[in-house]
Structures are given as structure tokens and as C-alpha cells.
Design a binder for this molecule. Structure first.
Ligand code: NAD
Length: 329
């Protein structure tokens, strides 16, 4: 089978070659995302895959169908780039890679929790000015003393909760979906109860109507003094003005965010500080706020799985088969 891989990036190439050698399929890579301007490159191929943040509009599905292509395999989770009605009306089946490495995000969340807990940014900044004393940060808490509220205990939240439990922390789980097997390492409770007891709050939910702006002023009013907030999920979950106030007032001990609202304006790009959104410029000045450029997922396991799962699904769906990664609505 001949597969065209749109928006291929250097870090994927070795995994693509290994997959092609293993399966005997041919993969041709192009470096631009799938667009109206380059969909014609798919002529003569049996299947396509892409990863992109730009939309895949209606004419693309019509063209792919006219070339006899029956699917698009996305090498990422978020599939809001697709026009689902247009795809389905043209009989183009879609897939995503819903779970490429939950541990990757969980490990990074843990990394940032320790960075905040141990005041690493404060010490780095002090040492950069020649201050090697212990003055930059006070005595800190150890992880077994912490109660952590994991908001959203799905794939990533579960992996994070297991790591915390293994380290001796008390873990509170907030999720409308209950998994009995998680009782071995979490205590399920309500959001309000979790906020009243937690020293750390970590978001691992999707962004949806319920979670959009979930952490607003009312939410922050309920959290304990000196709470640590972690958001590796989606920027829109947290009201950034309320976050800034909570960091400045000392209600939050610190926060680490891998995602922000409107992050597509600057994440994964070279960007002068002065061109960042003004609230982000202010936040990154704070020595108890960590911003990272949406890299929680970025491990060799995750990239390998994104490539292999998407290519496997491309073959399965082009052959009319079933994959659990198919997007059905
Ligand atoms: P998942 O679907 O496995 O789990 C999400 C969980 O959130 C589900 O159990 C769901 O029931 C729960 N949930 C939904 N609404 C809720 C609410 N209002 N309150 C509490 N829980 C709620 O998803 P996942 O794979 O674990 O991903 C979680 C988040 O991590 C997503 O937002 C995803 O986009 C993000 N993510 C970030 C990165 C990164 O690099 N920073 C990488 C991958 C995924």
C-alpha cells in the first residue's frame, strides 16, 4: 500500500522508515500540512495521514474521495481540524491517536510539581545573580505530606495518580466517570471537597462546555492557601486573570502550565517576549510560575506511537477494517 504522510517532521522520519521496513508498505513524506493547495499530491496513493493545527476544509474530502482514498489518519489527539459532516458525506473515514503515551504527560506533570515544590526557579534566578545562599526558598514540604486533587482521571490522570500514590501522596480523584479499579490508589470525591482538602490541583480533563473556565474566581476562592496548580491539559480550563491574582496574593504557592488559552499564537514558534500576550509576559516574570511550550507529550515513546498507530490505522481503514481509533461523530 502507498501512504502519503502530510506535515511530516524530522523527528518522525526514523520511526516512519522502521514501520515501512517492518510492514512492507511504502510511505512518502511531504513537509506541508494537508491543504486545498496540496491535496492533489495524494493522487495515486491508497491512504493519507497528517498532523496539523490548520483546518481540513470540505473540498479536501471531495478531492480525496475522487482519488479513491477512503480515510485520513491523524497523528494526534485533537481532531477539531476536521469538518466531520463534510468528511462523512464524502465517505472519508477519520481516525486519531487518542493515547500515544499517557505516562509522558504524567511524568512531565510530576516534574513540574517537584520544580515548584523545591523552588527551583527561585534558586536558579538567585544563583544567576551570584546568590548561593538558601534565602531564595524556604523549607519545603515533602511529597508524602501532600494531598493532590486530580481533576479528570482518564488515561493521563490515572497514570499521574498512580505515580503520586507510589511516592506516598494522598490522591483525590474528581471525575464524573468512576473506575472501581482506581480505588487502589485514589479516593473519589466531589470537586468542592477536593478543593477544600488539596495542596495540589492538577487538571487532566478535556476542554468542553463544563471545563471551559472551570478554574474561575469562585474556584480559586475555595482552594487552600499555598496550593500548587498544574495545568498540562488545555489552557481554556483556567481563567488566567484569576490565576494571576491567586499567584500574586500568595493563595497559590506556585503554578505550572504547559498550555494557555490562544497558545497557537505563540507556542511552537520563535517569539520575542514583547510579542507575547500581555498577561503571559507578566506571568513568566513570576518566580513561582512555570510556562512550558506544550511539551508534556514530547517523548520518544509518544512520537513513535503517534507514527505507528496512525500508519496502522491508515492501512486498516483503507482496507475497510475496524480500528478503535476511528472518529465516529
Ligand atoms: P481522557 O479522555 O482519557 O480523560 C479525560 C477524563 O476527564 C475522563 O475520565 C473524563 O470523564 C474526565 N472529565 C471530563 N469532564 C470532566 C469534568 N468536568 N470534571 C472532571 N473530570 C472530567 O483524556 P486524556 O488522554 O487523559 O487527556 C486529558 C487531557 O490532557 C486532554 O485535555 C488532552 O488534550 C490533554 N493533553 C495534553 C498534552 C500535552 O502535551 N500537554 C498531551 C496529550 C493530552
Amino acid at each position: 500500500m502507498k501512504i502519503l504522510m502530510y506535515n511530516s517532521v524530522d523527528k518522525e522520519v526514523s520511526y516512519v522508515k522502521a514501520w515501512a521496513a517492518k510492514t512492507g508498505h511504502e510511505v512518502v513524506t511531504v513537509f506541508e500540512p494537508l491543504s486545498v493547495d496540496n491535496v492533489d499530491k495524494a493522487q495515486g496513493f491508497d491512504a493519507v495521514t497528517t498532523q496539523q493545527t490548520t483546518d481540513v476544509p470540505a473540498p479536501i474530502y471531495q478531492k480525496l474521495a475522487s482519488y479513491g482514498i477512503k480515510q485520513i489518519a491523524l497523528r494526534q489527539v485533537g481532531y477539531d481540524v476536521f469538518d466531520l459532516p463534510a468528511a462523512f458525506s464524502n465517505h472519508i473515514r477519520l481516525s486519531n491517536v487518542a493515547a500515544y503515551s499517557p505516562r509522558a504527560i504524567a511524568e512531565y506533570t510530576l516534574t513540574q510539581l517537584f520544580n515548584i515544590l523545591r523552588n527551583n526557579k527561585k534558586f536558579d534566578r538567585a544563583m544567576a545573580t551570584g546568590d548561593y545562599t538558601w534565602a531564595a526558598g524556604g523549607q519545603v514540604r515533602e511529597i508524602y505530606q501532600l494531598t493532590v486533587a486530580v481533576i479528570g482521571v482518564g488515561r493521563i490522570g490515572t497514570a499521574f495518580a498512580q505515580m503520586l500514590h507510589a511516592l506516598g501522596a494522598k490522591v483525590l480523584a474528581v471525575d464524573p466517570i468512576y473506575h472501581a479499579q482506581n480505588e487502589a490508589f485514589v479516593e473519589y470525591t466531589t470537586l468542592d471537597d477536593a478543593l477544600s482538602r488539596a495542596n495540589v490541583i492538577s487538571f487532566h480533563t478535556p476542554l468542553n462546555a463544563e471545563t471551559q473556565g472551570l478554574a474561575d474566581q469562585d474556584f480559586f476562592a475555595k482552594v487552600q492557601p499555598e496550593t500548587i496548580m498544574l495545568n498540562m491539559a488545555r489552557g481554556g480550563i483556567v481563567d488566567m486573570d484569576a490565576l494571576e491574582s491567586a499567584l500574586l496574593s500568595g493563595q497559590l504557592y506556585g503554578a505550572a502550565f504547559d498550555v494557555t488559552p490562544n497558545e497557537n499564537e505563540f507556542m511552537d514558534q520563535k517569539q520575542a517576549v514583547a510579542e507575547l500576550p500581555e498577561n503571559i509576559q507578566r506571568l513568566i516574570q513570576l518566580d513561582n510560575f512555570y510556562l512550558s511550550p506544550h511539551i508534556a507529550f514530547y517523548t520518544n515513546t509518544a512520537i513513535k506511537n503517534m507514527v505507528e498507530i496512525a500508519l496502522d490505522d491508515a492501512v486498516i481503514m483503507a482496507n475497510g477494517g475496524h480500528t478503535e481509533n476511528e472518529i465516529l461523530r
